[in-house]
Design a protein around this ligand. Structure first.
Ligand code: PEP
Length: 241
């Protein structure tokens, strides 16, 4: 039975004070959440320590949004896997399209980050997905298969989450049809040696489309950006029916 994994990605939003205020409204909503659902908040590095303290004793797992592949060194501005683990981080988003698009992330560096995260005991959430232009020119499958081939080289699939995030659907309000997301996720699953890897959909997930998305048989969860910033909205997403 594949695990249901619901993750919020706060991107570069929320100070520590905002984060504490958020939890006051968000955490009580989890009283209704079925036990088997994994709930994760992937927050800016500066929020990790305060989140770690405030999530102690709750069922929410703490996630980061990136990790460097070396455990230490002269890499100004980077954060290593042991540093995250010390703060209680158990998941880390790797290869998000915003990192690939704006910060020169490549499949080769994604692969190194995945291995470093796993070596330190974290579960990476690997993001893959096509641009609008790639979709329109019929390259969706080729693009994703190439990403997976390089990204997953030497990666342990028993400790992994994958998020299918069509880039054209991220932050645009333009959700991928749930049946199409289901189809692509099925293709991703066929490429894996471990069919139990949870595969999420991400891209403009909201309280009003979550039930339909989660009704799809291949979709094991969601990675939620904008809508995870509002505690009541993310509560509704976590408590999808
Ligand atoms: C994301 O940040 O991974 C994401 C899917 O964003 P949004 O939900 O805002 O489209």
């Amino acid at each position: 039975m594949r695990k249901k994994v619901i993750a919020g990605n706060w991107k570069m939003y929320k100070t520590q004070a905002d984060a504490q205020e958020y939890l006051q409204e968000f955490l009580p909503q989890l009283d209704e959440t079925p036990e088997e659902r994994e709930v994760i908040l992937c927050v800016p590095f500066t929020d990790l320590a305060v989140m770690s303290r405030n999530l102690h004793g709750s069922r929410v797992r703490l996630g980061a949004q990136n990790v460097h592949w070396e455990s230490e060194g002269a890499f100004t501005g980077e954060v290593s896997a042991p540093m995250l683990v010390e703060l209680g981080v158990s998941y880390v988003v790797i290869g998000h399209s915003e990192r690939r698009q704006y910060f020169g992330e490549t499949d080769e560096t994604v692969n190194q980050r995945l291995k470093a995260a796993q070596a330190a005991g974290m579960v990476p959430i690997l993001c893959v997905g096509e641009t609008k232009q790639q979709r329109d020119s019929g390259q969706t499958e080729d693009v994703i298969l190439k990403q997976l081939a390089i990204d997953l080289e030497g990666v342990e699939q028993s400790r992994l989450v994958i998020a299918y995030e069509p880039i054209w659907a991220i932050g645009t309000g333009d959700t991928c049809e749930s049946k199409e997301a289901n189809r692509v996720i099925g293709i991703i699953r066929n490429q894996l040696s471990n069919s139990d890897v949870p595969i999420q959909y991400g891209g403009s997930v909201k309280p009003d489309n979550i039930d339909e998305i989660m009704a799809q048989p291949e979709i094991d969860g969601v990675l939620v950006g904008g809508a995870s910033l509002v505690p009541s909205g993310f509560g509704r997403i976590v408590n999808y029916s």
